[in-house]
Design a binder for this molecule. Structure first.
Ligand code: GDP
Ligand code: MG
Length: 163
């Protein structure tokens, strides 16, 4: 089985940009994977010779109705349950939000390998600018730029190194 990596985070942090970069928009052939429904949010990626399945989440952007927020939360929970590893994406430029803390609280109880990716970090160092993200209790923030392709390879290596 290919390892499954879920991308979670609040809207607009760059999950879909990361997903597109990881999967290069290849459609996943997921019919063979028990428990995974055929869904446009799944894609197949490769890192060297290793293949993996990525899951994008948060396709339902918030429109200020509780039903939509609930649906996003359900989608995130389902993706985390299916995943071998989770990439929790935060926005290095906008900083922490209450929603980041909510997601972090959930992920700390989920008993999965979680990597904290500080996206939109093009031109930033992994020092003081990212220090606030330690507050999430997820570990070291890993600076990446999904738009510019920076830090993606080492993030993937960390996500896949147990599998
Ligand atoms: P999602 O809602 O988490 O899926 O976020 P999207 O992938 O739709 O991206 C939200 C916005 O952030 C878009 O305008 C992207 O172009 C922008 N974005 C994504 N990744 C980066 C990045 O690495 N750097 C910068 N500066 N912007 C980014
Ligand atoms: Mg998206």
């Amino acid at each position: 089985m290919k390892p499954v990596i879920a991308l979670v985070g609040r809207p607009n942090v760059g999950k879909s940009t990361l997903f597109n970069r990881l999967t290069k928009s290849r459609d996943a052939i997921v019919a063979d994977y028990a428990g995974l429904t055929r869904d446009r949010h799944y894609g197949e990626g490769r890192s060297g010779s290793r293949a993996f399945i990525a899951i994008d989440t948060g396709g339902f952007e918030p429109d200020c109705t509780s039903g939509i927020f609930k649906e996003m939360a359900n989608q995130t929970r389902q993706a985390v349950a299916e995943a071998d590893a989770v990439i929790f994406v935060v926005d290095a430029r906008n900083g922490l939000s209450a929603q980041d803390h909510d997601i972090a609280r959930y992920l700390r109880t989920a008993n999965k390998k979680v990597l904290l990716a500080a996206n939109k970090a093009e031109g930033m160092q992994s020092g003081p600018q990212l220090a606030e993200f330690y507050e999430l209790g997820i570990g070291e923030p890993i600076p990446i730029s999904s738009a510019h392709g920076q830090g993606i390879r080492s993030l993937l290596d960390m996500a896949l190194d147990d599998f």
